[in-house]
Design a protein around this ligand. Structure first.
Ligand SMILES: [Zn+2]
Length: 73
């Protein structure tokens, strides 16, 4: 294999690895907002800002944080 060919080959691999990393990063980013930063009331869509509160301040609906999410260890 010639040197230029080798460089071209390794660059292609780097691009593929970067692409995969980008996709994984993108998936993590799209997942996080739903689980972490926003807590929405399922009934009235009121956004609960306090993460420790598990009821809606607007309509008083109670909801649990533990619907199978693997956030807490
Ligand atoms: Zn509500």
């Amino acid at each position: 294999m010639e040197f230029e060919e080798l460089v071209c080959y390794s660059q292609t691999i780097i691009l593929i690895v970067l692409g995969i990393g980008y996709v994984i990063n993108l998936r993590n980013k799209t997942k996080q907002p739903k689980l972490k930063s926003e807590n929405k009331c399922p009934l009235c869509s009121y956004i609960i800002l306090d993460q420790s509160v598990n009821y809606c301040a607007k309509c008083g609906n109670m909801f649990s944080h533990s619907d199978g999410l693997s956030l807490k260890k």
